[in-house]
Write a protein that binds this ligand. Structure first.
Ligand code: ADP
Ligand code: GN1
Ligand code: MG
Length: 364
């Protein structure tokens, strides 16, 4: 099982330019990669909260480059929303260290950052209504739009070949060959499912689509919705913002937002691509991104959902075979459970792909 390593949070917190008395820190959120804490300070008698995160440097091999990206992206976005009501809830704001840096490196080489806590917002691990899907997709579409004019230089690739599905497939083949944890016998149907789908892995990369600045991890719980109005408020989890394809972003919304089940649901009968949610995503995304997407991109919107769901499925399967070295797990077989929901969702999309494409052609 995954245990959060013990860190001296109080000492880390002292490095940041935070006012008032430190009241405490608690682990926060359900991300699979970084360690996230919610901090509380007392400032002149009022409790004020922050998000503290340790970057997983086993996964992000160059955390300084990553933080340079995050700094450039958040500053660019902040300049765009400046003057709007609630501007500081619409974009992540880094709190600098006492020495004026955007992040802190501790003596063990861990990289830490602090963000203002976005109050009166919520994230969801599973979708509850089409309106949520619409709002999330609109927020991610606007995010892409606002970053379209990010000045040069090109952002760093924080994880090389992150959405290179054929290379992800190669990694799976290697994991099957190595069978490092002796688990291949436990997942034969999933291995067969993966092998039977190889032919689609290169379709987006081979389609000559434009490179854009994209988020690359647009799952539903990476956008904060306003608690009161439900509006898509703030796109978070910026570690993978880098050059990429718009369609991998839209695809990951389909993957993470159309099924009512959580990503690790064991009862696969609950997993399904709900058409109403797809329609809401499509309308929300096009409301923001429709003006800049090319016809070739629009044509592949439905397919992108199937492809990235398959891609994340094979990544979970690879990690299960490798012995759970990448994604945080909280129970035995967790990565295999996650893989199964993804593959079930691929099947559900396959069954509805014709109708999804028709809808896209009607409103796209
Ligand atoms: P991970 O990379 O591990 O997924 P995230 O950056 O997505 O980490 O953060 C994990 C969770 O913490 C999010 O899903 C969200 O609920 C919460 N969170 C992150 N940043 C903020 C913030 N600035 N304000 C409020 N909540 C936040
Ligand atoms: C991870 O960081 P988090 O939990 O939002 C992963 C994504 C996967 C996602 C699946 C850096 O995202 O690629 O799509 O899990 N992030 C990284 O839930 O690998
Ligand atoms: Mg996240």
């Amino acid at each position: 099982m995954t245990h959060q390593p013990v860190h001296d949070i109080r000492a880390i917190v002292r490095e940041f330019d935070l006012l008032g008395e430190f009241l405490g820190a608690e682990p926060y959120g359900s991300g699979h990669i970084n360690d996230t804490y919610r901090l509380t300070f007392q400032q002149a008698g009022v409790p004020v909260r922050y998000i503290l995160q340790r970057i997983n440097h086993h996964i992000f091999r160059n955390p300084d480059a990553l933080m340079e990206n995050v700094q450039r992206v958040t500053e660019h976005l902040a300049a765009k929303v400046k003057g709007q009501i609630d501007a500081s809830r619409r974009v992540l704001t880094l709190v600098p260290t006492r020495s004026g840096r955007g992040w802190h490196v501790d003596p063990d080489g861990n990289h830490w950052r602090v963000y203002l806590f976005i109050e009166k917002g919520r994230t969801f691990d599973a979708v509850e209504s089409p309106e949520q899907a619409f709002q999330a997709a609109k927020a991610f579409g606007e995010f892409q739009g606002l970053l379209a004019d990010l000045p040069a230089p090109r952002l760093h690739d924080t994880i090389p070949d992150y959405h290179h599905t054929p290379k992800r497939f190669e990694a799976l083949l290697e994991a099957i060959r190595a069978d490092a944890a002796g688990r291949a016998k436990l997942c034969q149907p999933e291995i067969e499912f993966a092998l039977a789908h190889e032919s689609m892995t290169g379709l987006l990369l081979d389609a000559n689509l434009p490179e854009r600045v994209t988020h690359n991890d647009t799952k539903l719980n990476n956008v904060i919705l306003d608690e009161a109005t439900g509006e898509g408020l703030c796109v978070i989890d910026l570690d993978t913002v880098m050059p990429g394809l718009a369609l991998y972003d839209f695809g990951d919304m389909v993957r993470s937002t159309t099924s009512p089940a959580k990503e690790d649901e064991r009862d696969l009968s609950k997993v399904a691509m709900q058409f109403l949610m797809f329609e809401a995503l499509l309308r929300g995304y096009l409301a923001a991104a429709g003006r800049f997407l090319t016809p070739e991109e629009k044509e592949l919107l439905a397919f992108s959902g199937k492809l990235i769901t398959f891609e994340i499925g094979i990544r979970f399967l690879t990690d299960f075979l490798d012995g759970d070295v990448y994604f945080k797990i909280h129970r035995d077989g967790h990565n295999l459970d996650r893989c199964r929901t993804q593959f079930r969702l691929v099947e559900s999309i396959e069954q509805q792909e014709g109708a999804m494409n028709n809808l896209m052609r009607q409103i796209g």
